[in-house]
Structures are given as C-alpha cells and as structure tokens.
Design a protein around this ligand. Structure first.
Ligand code: N2P
Length: 362
C-alpha cells in the first residue's frame, strides 16, 4: 500500500465511531419474528451495528426488491416469492465457506426449498410455519355454541358463521396468495391451482364473507386477538401463539387457540437471502451464520413460536413448543399441508386482481 493510501485509511478509521469499526448491516425482516435480544447479542459479539426494519407482506418486500437499491443486506421472502425474485436476478449467491453452521439445517427441509432455489445457492431457511385460524374460545362459544366448527375453515368461510362472528371481529391476512388458496381448498379445489377460474370461485366466496370481515391486515391482529378486539383471525401460526401469550400475560380473560383446519392449510418457509446490490455482504454472512447457531435460533423459536429448521436447536426448544401440533405438526397433519406454487406474472396478476375485487367489494 502506498503511504498516501495508508494515511487516508487511517483518517477514515479515526473519524468513524467505535461502534462502526466493524461496519454496519441493514436487515429487513417480518415484524414479530425475532427474539428481543438477538440483534443486541450479535452486535456485542461482532461489533457490527445493525439497522433492523420490518414488514408484514411479501408483496411489500418484493416491490422494494424489484425497484432496486433497497439498501438492505439481508431480506426474508417466503420461498415461493424468493423463486421468482431469483429469476429476476435480485439476489446473490451465498458463500457457503462463510457459513459453517449451515450443517445444522435439516437436510429434508433444505431439500424441500431447493424446489425454489436449486442447490440452495441463494437462501437458508429462517423459520417456517402455517397459515391457519386463531380464535378466542369464549367469544366463539358464546356465538356459535359448543359445536362451533373451530377445526374447520367453515368457521370463517361459511357465510352464516361469519355473520354470527362479525360483531366480535373477524380479521384476515392481507395476503392474496394465502387467503385465496385457503378458500379454494375449502371449496374442494386444488389450493395449488394457478387457474384464474379457480381464483375467481374463491374470490366469489370471499366476497360473500367480506361484509362480516372487520379488516384485512397482516400484523395488527396479534394485539387485537390478545385484547379481545377481534375474536377470529386467519393468520400465521406463531403470531397467534404470540397473541395467546400476550393475553395470558395480561390475564384479561381471553383464551386464544390456534388450529390448522382439518381441510388443510398452507405451510411456508421464509428464506434469508442477500440482495445482489447489498453493501455489506461480509457482515450479512456473519449474521446468517450467527442465526444458524443452535442456541440463537432456539431462543428465537422460544420467543416467536415459529418452527426452526435447525436440528441441534431441537434439543434447546421448549418441550411445550415441540409438542404443539400447531407448530411442529404430526405426520397426519403434515399430509394435509400444501406449499405455495410459484405464481408467474400472469397468475400473479390474476390472483391480485381477484384480491382487489374482494377487498373493494366489487
Ligand atoms: C411474523 C410473520 C411470519 C411470516 N409476524 C409469514 N411468512
């Protein structure tokens, strides 16, 4: 190095704050999806300063990625969305030599997601879960009696039931590729179909239920379910368990349960990936490897109630979580789960068009 370069480098270090000595890392993850102390532990261990932003929708994340220059070094799309984003060239390949902990990941699950990322070249599984129904036991029983179909999509997709639950509040995710296929499944159609006619049939059903739905939103329901402001939410497994936790802690008399409906449900895998234009690639790998540490990922599962794909972590996850069929479903339930297909541009437009029709009531 020439003397002038050395002097300039020294000057740059001198003006940087001590915390920034190891640089920065910009993460964009789902809300309510990490333990309270994960980021702090990583910063203390590495000296890297993390900026952590959150979203609650694959569509929002995708819009940022496709616009380019997101400024993020790590993002977390669901596998089916990741697949078409890989096609669009928005991610870079991982340098697995920098990820020794990748050996901890369940090879069966990584094999499943290889369908979306051949060779697992771009992403590693962060957490996985299902899209089912969370409900307030007392409020449902008051309105539908003891024989309420709490094990079925009929609880929310049957117009009569929905009408009776409207006053205590129904919410659904604002996620077209999760709600429309769930309605298709309830109608006896293949939930993985990409046929516009099938989307339309599901949307027609949802349009009938819509007047009884208080809102479509993908994160507000955690607190609302916990506080009794809604009584049934079509939502994500771990979020509903977090609602149950919050209600228990508040001792507010709301008993929240999560069910994977007997007709079946979507299971999804959320993937950690590095945008092609990330500025802090080295630090992104450090964070990925940190997350694949058994204790770190077990701490996250113990906090957010989503299933980890990390084999040694299973020893460190609370027994109550391991035993819960809503989080680690037994084989007979697993058989009824489907994984989202990749919606190419045409199918994506069709499903979004139907979703807009549902939401605007047309
Ligand atoms: C956490 C959301 C879970 C991720 N709030 C859904 N893919």
């Amino acid at each position: 190095m020439k003397l002038k370069t050395i002097l300039m480098a020294t000057a740059a270090v001198a003006i940087a704050s001590p915390a920034a000595a190891e640089g920065t890392l910009n993460i964009y993850n789902w809300s309510d999806y990490i333990a309270e102390d994960t980021i702090q532990k990583f910063e203390e261990k590495t000296g890297i300063k993390v900026t952590y932003d959150v979203f609650d929708s694959n569509e929002v994340l995708e819009a940022k990625l496709l616009a380019g220059s997101s400024g993020y070094d790590l993002v977390v799309p669901s596998a089916s969305f990741m697949a078409r984003q890989i096609q669009a060239g928005v991610f870079q390949k991982l340098d697995k030599s920098k990820l020794p902990n990748i050996k901890n990941l369940d090879s069966a699950i990584m094999g499943n997601v290889a369908e979306f990322d051949p060779g697992n070249e771009h992403g590693v599984v962060y957490m996985w879960g299902t899209t089912g129904i969370g409900y307030n036991e007392e409020k449902i029983a008051e309105r539908l009696g003891d024989s309420a179909p709490t094990d079925s999509w009929a609880l929310v997709f049957d117009e009569g039931n929905a009408a009776k639950l409207a006053d205590c509040g129904i919410s659904m995710l604002d996620a077209p590729t999760e709600i429309i296929p769930a309605a298709m499944n309830y109608l006896g159609l293949d939930p993985k179909s990409k046929n516009a006619e099938d989307f339309k049939k599901a949307a027609d059903l949802l349009a009938k239920v819509k007047p009884h739905v208080r809102y479509f939103h993908s994160s507000q329901y955690i607190n609302d379910l916990a506080n009794g402001d809604v009584c049934v939410s079509v939502g994500w497994s771990g979020d509903i368990f977090q609602a149950r936790d919050r209600a228990d802690e508040a001792e507010n008399g709301n008993t929240i349960s999560y069910v994977i409906p007997k007709e079946g449900a979507l299971s999804w895998f959320d993937m950690m990936v590095i945008p092609a234009d990330a500025a802090n690639v080295e630090n992104a790998h450090k964070f990925l490897d940190f997350l694949m540490d058994a204790q770190i990922t077990a701490d996250i599962t113990n906090y957010v109630w989503y299933a980890s794909a990390n084999i040694p972590a299973l020893e460190l996850i609370e027994q109550e979580i391991l035993d819960d069929p809503g989080i680690f479903p037994p084989d007979d339930v697993k058989e009824k789960l489907w994984v989202a297909p990749v919606y190419e541009a045409r199918a994506d437009r069709a499903i979004n068009r139907e979703w807009t029709r549902v939401k605007t009531g047309q």
